[in-house]
Design a protein around this ligand. Structure first.
Ligand code: ADP
Ligand code: ADP
Length: 241
């Protein structure tokens, strides 16, 4: 079976509070698709078309108003994902600055997702953190430091380390390099490509950067006004007649 199946997923937001008479906003509108193991799929579309909402549903940070998803055949609506399933889907947020708590050490931030795996003992916990930080090319001695001590590129590496610490099968990447200086984008993209290969990861990448999408994605889904309006390879979709 596919790694992830999304079937008729809809997400409505109420506008103006619970008692408002305004119609609901349909941010995601009856979306269906599947992603196979090892695929790299890009999700593109204009700002506000529903990409981030869909990403949050898939990783279990929010729940669908209608429809269902399946992870390796197991059905869920969003926040009802069981902890072990949740640990196998990681979201890399768009903003590496906002996603780390400035008052927490890197070790504490990276350790948080490990709670999903249940008790593992201090040595096992520390080994996971050291492996994750080494894997993104940073020094384990940095674990005791705080987010403000790192550059933008380093913080995005840390965000990737935090996403990898539970050893997920699917990474959902929301604009993974758009907040970074052009000079470090290539390095972060190379890191992602290497992790994908070494761990047999599956990627769902949200991006505005069509050059990056063309270079990385096996398949592209175009979203508009909450719907997937086109799907194809980068070659067919971006071909200039
Ligand atoms: P994208 O990621 O493609 O820019 P979003 O998923 O962020 O799009 O937003 C889709 C639509 O849903 C937009 O109209 C946005 O204003 C609306 N929206 C997003 N999050 C919320 C929310 N928490 N409450 C109400 N409306 C929201
Ligand atoms: P609660 O304890 O209220 O159920 P959650 O478990 O949904 O809260 O999430 C706690 C925090 O962990 C969220 O704010 C989110 O930032 C983060 N989180 C949860 N699941 C994921 C995931 N799959 N990928 C990335 N971050 C996640």
């Amino acid at each position: 079976p596919p790694l992830l199946e999304v079937e008729n997923v809809t997400r409505d937001y109420s506008q103006g509070g619970f008692f408002s008479r305004r119609p609901k906003l349909r941010a995601v509108d009856a979306v269906s698709f599947a992603i196979g193991v090892g695929e790299c799929v890009a999700l593109v579309g204009p700002s506000g078309c529903g990409k981030s909402t869909l990403a949050r549903l898939i990783v279990g940070l929010d729940s669908a108003s209608a429809g269902r998803m399946r992870l390796e055949g197991r059905q869920y609506r969003g926040r009802d994902l069981a902890p072990l399933q949740r640990a196998s889907l990681s979201l890399v947020f768009q903003d590496p600055f906002g996603s780390f708590d400035p008052r927490m050490t890197i070790a504490a931030s990276l350790g948080e997702p490990l709670r999903l795996l249940g008790p593992m003992g201090r040595a096992g916990h520390e080994a996971r953190l050291a492996a994750a930080i080494a894997e993104v090319g940073l020094d384990p001695a940095m674990l005791g430091r705080y987010p403000h001590e790192f550059s933008g590129g380093q913080r995005q590496r840390l965000a990737i380390a935090r996403a990898m610490v539970t050893r997920p099968r699917l990474l959902v990447l929301d604009e993974p390099v758009s907040a970074l200086d052009v000079s470090v984008r290539g390095e972060v993209l190379d890191l992602l490509a290497r992790l994908r290969q070494e761990h047999g990861l599956t990627f769902l990448i949200i991006s505005h950067d069509l050059d990056m999408v063309a270079a990385m994605a096996d398949r592209v889904m175009v979203m508009d006004a909450g719907r997937i309006v086109e799907t194809g390879t980068p070659e067919t979709l971006f071909a200039h007649p």
